[in-house]
Ligand binder design. Structure first.
Ligand SMILES: [Zn+2]
Length: 241
């Protein structure tokens, strides 16, 4: 039997028939899926393998429908998974990645970026800005990034207003639908959008501003990508906004 090796992050796991599961794995080549037979009743070491957020290294066989043979969890981000609020915020990100996994972009780069961020926030209390950063950088990968340094219509750089519908900053001649956004939120919006993990240090963002950033991101994703995740609704109950 020919075995194939798949390594990646589990984005989604669904029950299949009586006791099996299908897992969706984000790899450096994009999304793959595989069937795990009898995973619900397995009393073996693979019992927890199918959990969302696990970074796994597995062997599969088959042609159309891949079937799980054996494998290991390389990193279960256990501290992260044990914190309900953090975990739910991460699953919101994973749902976004899943929804746009068929889009052509550098999957290897995004996967490595996700693994790095999840490793950082596992030990980090001030974790939300890191996840907002992923959401902002994902907009860029999907080609709907906001234009923040000049007017979206002309080259003016002074006296700009932010607009969700226009996709960034607009000058007074071109602004149609301005959004009320505080200067502080706009500052952090730009700060996170341009944040370079290899050299910048994260700033602590106060809760009121985090709430404002959350609102901008939600509206931006809804307007430009028509998406609202299930985890986002759960987060509403956990975070209170
Ligand atoms: Zn303009």
């Amino acid at each position: 039997m020919l075995l194939e090796n798949i390594k990646g992050l589990i984005l989604k796991s669904i029950n299949y028939k009586e006791s099996s599961k299908i897992i969706y794995i984000y790899t450096d080549a994009g999304l793959r899926s595989c069937l795990i037979h009898g995973s619900n009743k397995m009393k073996n070491r693979y019992l927890n393998l199918s959990r969302v957020l696990n970074y796994i290294d597995i062997h599969v066989s088959g042609k159309d429908l891949l079937t799980f043979r054996d494998g290991d969890v390389l990193n279960g981000f256990r501290d992260l998974a044990g914190d309900l609020e953090k975990y739910t915020y991460c699953t919101h990100i994973l749902e976004l990645i899943y929804s746009f996994s068929s889009h052509q972009h550098d999957h290897e780069k995004l996967l490595n970026f996700l693994l790095k961020i999840f490793t950082i926030i596992e030990k980090e209390e001030n974790y939300i800005p890191y996840l907002n950063m992923i959401e902002l950088k994902l907009l860029y990968l999907l080609g709907v990034n906001p234009l923040l340094t000049q007017c979206v219509e002309c080259e003016r750089v002074d006296n700009l207003f932010f607009s969700i519908t226009e996709g960034g900053m607009c000058c007074s001649d071109h602004i149609k639908n301005p959004m009320n956004i505080t200067e502080k939120a706009l500052f952090y919006f730009k700060f996170l959008y341009y944040f370079d993990l290899s050299k910048d240090s994260m700033l602590e963002i106060d809760e009121i501003t985090l709430k404002e950033l959350r609102n901008i991101l939600d509206r931006y994703y809804e307007y430009h990508l028509n998406i609202k995740t299930k985890s986002r609704e759960l987060l509403m109950g956990l975070l209170g906004y």
